[in-house]
Design a binder for this molecule. Structure first.
Ligand SMILES: NC(=O)c1ccc[n+]([C@@H]2O[C@H](COP(=O)([O-])OP(=O)(O)OC[C@H]3O[C@@H](n4cnc5c(N)ncnc54)[C@H](OP(=O)(O)O)[C@@H]3O)[C@@H](O)[C@H]2O)c1
Length: 345
């Protein structure tokens, strides 16, 4: 007996990845329903060896759906997640619409799986921002061992974090650079992204930080520990898939690079690739299409007490979005927190 799963945003970057991951992990489904906007009615998407025809979200009846993986942006989620939840279906949402609601658990299964129980208050569970997800996977075992006081992180985020339009803009601007008369102006991003880096992701806030930077701080506190101080600089780079982060951490207790490396090696969701030689580290090209959060360049930072620096790379569409959402659904099932409704009826 399997679960009836709906994917809202099935034609998008994250939605397609969700379909692949459900099939790859042999998630126990009885049926998968692909939903998107009016624009995509009838569009075909792939689930394992099956082709699904996309249906329209508007007026869809969720009363026999067990799990809804929601990946269609914040405004769609604000309107639809409570309505879907009210029909008894558990919504796992990828947008930022519900992450900061105290009645909605914000979950990265390797870090705070136990908090998933709180989903019953609204029938909604939030997935964190892509840059936060990989960061907290890396920080959790180090926090348990040495106690984190402060984190300074600079991100190098791929254009797929800005959806299909972001990928199209990098592609067309890159081609346009070499074809006279086909230059493409910046539209999705605030400046040209091809052959450039842009130190702004999301809107500016009053204190000069961007919303993406604010999200990393607030989400790390909610998922891992409210006592952790974190400051971020988020940068968009001309990479299609895979977010990278240069991370600097100050701990309560003394730490060596060797100790940190051993702890990270044993920790769930992490692969350490850390040879001190050319190429002895992971880049986004190798992380794309993979599930792990990769850690490289682990070294002590002698400029602060108990300091450590490292490099962290992951596929933002997988651990940063689709994989994490599917892992949350698996958590619900493995802990016996949901049952297929068709069976219950
Ligand atoms: N990309 C990442 O790294 C990442 C990481 C974490 C979270 N997220 C979040 O995941 C969500 C989706 O991101 P994405 O990268 O997959 O974006 P995307 O590639 O632009 O896809 C957006 C999807 O949402 C659908 N959609 C838009 N408006 C809709 C409406 N009114 N009703 C129903 N469906 C609608 C689109 O359908 P049509 O094709 O019909 O327009 C499409 O399937 C966003 O909330 C994003 O913030 C993304």
């Amino acid at each position: 007996m399997g679960y009836k799963v709906a994917i809202v945003g099935a034609t998008g970057n994250v939605g397609r990845e969700m379909l692949d991951i459900l099939a790859e992990r042999a998630f126990p489904v009885s049926e998968v329903v692909a939903l998107a906007s009016q624009r995509s009615i009838g569009q075909e998407v792939t689930f394992g060896d099956k082709i699904l025809k996309t249906k329209v979200l508007d007026h869809y009846d969720f009363s026999d759906i067990d799990i809804c993986l929601m990946s269609a942006g914040g405004s769609v989620s604000k309107e639809w997640s409570p309505r879907i939840g009210a029909q008894g279906c558990v919504v796992i949402d990828n947008s930022s619409a519900w992450r900061y609601d105290q009645d909605v658990p914000l979950i990265v299964p390797e870090v705070n799986a136990d908090a998933v129980r709180g989903f019953t208050r609204k029938n909604i569970i939030a997935n964190p921002n892509c840059s936060t997800a990989q960061l907290v996977v890396a920080l959790k075992p180090l926090h348990d061992a040495f106690g984190i006081k402060r984190v300074v992180v600079s991100t190098y985020q791929s254009v797929s974090g800005a959806g299909k339009e972001g990928m199209d803009e990098l592609w067309s601007q890159t081609k346009g650079k070499y074809v006279p008369g086909q230059e493409v102006a910046a539209k999705k991003f605030s400046k040209p992204i091809a052959f450039n880096v842009i130190p702004q992701i999301d809107v500016f806030m009053e204190d000069g930080f961007t919303k993406e930077e604010w999200k990393m701080t607030v989400e790390t506190k909610k998922i891992l520990d409210p006592k952790i101080k974190l400051t971020a600089t988020c940068v968009r780079v001309p990479v299609f898939i895979g977010h990278s982060e240069a991370v600097n951490v100050e701990f309560e207790k003394p730490v060596t690079a060797d100790e940190a490396r051993e702890i990270l090696r044993r920790s769930p969701g992490i692969l350490v690739v850390d040879k001190r030689e050319p190429g002895g580290y992971v880049t986004p090209q190798e992380a794309a299409g993979e599930d792990a959060t990769y850690i490289s360049r682990i070294r002590e930072d002698a400029t602060v007490e108990n300091g450590l620096a490292f490099w962290c790379v992951s596929d933002n569409l997988r651990k940063g979005a689709a994989l994490n959402a599917v892992q949350i659904a698996e958590c619900l099932i493995n802990r016996g927190l949901i049952k297929p409704r068709a069976k219950a009826a």
